[in-house]
Design a protein around this ligand. Structure first.
Ligand code: ASP
Length: 372
């Protein structure tokens, strides 16, 4: 039996009374947890859609909210939203124009999850298809499976009429070439006197990590989760994954429970950033479970990040002061319309559409200072 918004609210309020130190006031809750940023959480206006996405997702949140208001299913809405970003050649973290793997081939990962049917679909290491999220949705709707990878995913997409296209734009190819040439001791050389440049596209959608020889690896993705006017939830995550990855490497973005999770009785959560950390901590699933226990979305995201920090014992992934040397951001929407996001480091933003306004808001965070 599904839980209504009202009974969820009553249950969450009771749980929150026992577990949260934060006070709430009309329409806005402010939480101050020790060692974290001030956390702002707002409620949607009654009945209106709430859509959240990663910082590169403003076009997606706008589109998804518009479709939800027009009565469309929330999954169709969020997928149509992220399609805009997948098709944007200037976003090097997603779909067409995404940065390639170490062989110069763009391999895409995506998953979708639909709250009302508690069903999901996903593709991983998919090549030559610009909109992997739509293929993931078809895996959910037109197969008895959840995840199809590689060659099989491509054949499935083609069976559904998707056209194969080269996804490597010239700009992305040039970035990859710089990376190839920056690798010390490799066979590839940059022109004499040329400066080795990194990812000059680093932006709200990217986390940059310096690799051996100073070359930069880029994480970037779009996650988008939506709540419709009847309280139904859906989410999607789509990415070209870690730039210059080992061919076949799969991150968290197509893994249900890691890069995305939706429980229609509770809420939805998704991730961008270092996928290995999201997988190792069952990130999105855990955030939804924390919200089930009464945590607000932001507090649930922060709690998950604290676990990531505690579990991150590999010295290669830590700064001398013990802080993680990578970026990870979670986004969450609760069934009652509260939403939030938290990042390991400060200075990050996420996209929100609620109360008829599309905007960026600051993510809560654990540690001061940008990743780089
Ligand atoms: N999470 C994605 C992955 O690890 C990449 C990203 O979000 O930056 O593949």
């Amino acid at each position: 039996m599904s839980v209504s918004r009202r009974s969820f609210l009553q249950g969450a309020a009771a749980a929150a009374a026992g577990t949260l130190v934060a006070g709430t006031s009309e329409g806005m809750a402010r939480t101050k947890a020790p060692g974290t940023a001030i956390d702002r959480e707002r409620r949607r206006s009654p009945g209106g859609p709430v859509v959240v996405a990663s910082g590169n997702g403003l076009p997606a949140t706008a589109k998804a909210a518009e479709m939800i208001l027009a009565g469309r299913d929330p999954l169709d809405a969020v997928v149509a939203g992220v399609n805009i970003v997948e098709l944007d050649p200037d976003d090097h973290s997603v779909g067409y124009g995404g940065l390639p793997n170490e062989d110069g081939v763009v391999q895409l990962d995506s998953c979708v999850m639909h709250g009302p049917t508690h069903n999901a679909g996903a593709v991983a290491a998919l090549q030559n298809i610009k909109t992997p999220s739509r293929v993931a949705q078809l895996v959910m709707e037109r197969t008895d499976h959840v995840l199809i990878v590689g060659e099989g995913a491509l054949r499935f997409a083609k069976a559904h009429g998707f056209r194969e296209e080269n996804l490597l734009t010239d700009a992305a190819r040039r970035q990859w070439l710089k990376w190839k040439e920056a690798r010390r001791g490799g066979d590839w050389l940059s022109p004499a006197g040329a400066e080795v440049e990194g990812d000059d596209q680093a932006s709200a959608s990217h986390d940059v990590m310096r690799g051996p020889g100073g070359a930069e690896f880029t994480y970037g993705t779009i996650n988008c989760c939506g709540l419709d006017t009847s309280g139904d939830l859906a989410g999607v995550t789509t990415t070209s994954g870690l730039s210059y990855k080992i061919p076949g490497r799969v991150g968290d973005s197509p893994i249900i429970g890691a890069g995305l999770y939706v429980d229609n009785d509770v809420g939805a959560a998704g991730a961008t950033g270092r996928g290995e950390a999201a997988i190792l901590n069952c990130g999105s699933y855990t955030i939804v479970e924390l919200m089930r226990q009464g945590r607000t979305p932001t507090e649930a995201c922060l709690e998950l990040l604290r676990r990531v920090v505690a579990h991150n014992v590999d010295p290669r992934l830590r700064r001398p002061n013990g802080e993680p040397d990578f970026g990870l951001i979670f986004y969450a929407v609760r069934k009652d319309g509260l939403y939030g996001s938290a990042s390991i480091r400060s200075g990050r933003q996420f996209a929100v559409n609620s109360e008829g306004r599309n905007r960026l808001e600051d993510c809560a965070y654990l540690f001061e200072g940008q990743h780089e």
